[in-house]
Design a protein. Structure first.
Length: 86
């Protein structure tokens, strides 16, 4: 454990940031699964709604730094390909 106050603060801050990044990635995975389910069910309206939400969440995660830009672009591309299967 750190003996310096600023290092203790940094440890706490990095833990908070790690949890926030995990929230973003977990949410993205959840929306992707929902999109897959909607596409498999053939529900175009739900799939469109889920896709819109997924892309918005990915953009927010990239802007915040939780995802690398290329990772976000790949996820959006895969989601668009999945949606186009309807």
């Amino acid at each position: 454990m750190a003996n310096i106050a600023s290092q203790e603060k940094r440890i706490h801050r990095s833990e908070r940031e790690r949890l926030e990044n995990r929230r973003y990635t977990s949410t993205i995975k959840t929306y992707f699964r929902r999109l897959e389910t909607a596409v498999e069910a053939g529900d175009a309206e739900t799939a469109e709604s889920e896709h819109r939400t997924l892309v918005s969440t990915i953009d927010r995660a990239v802007k915040r730094g939780a995802l690398h830009a290329n990772n976000g672009a790949r996820k959006k591309s895969r989601a668009a390909a999945l949606r186009s299967r309807l």
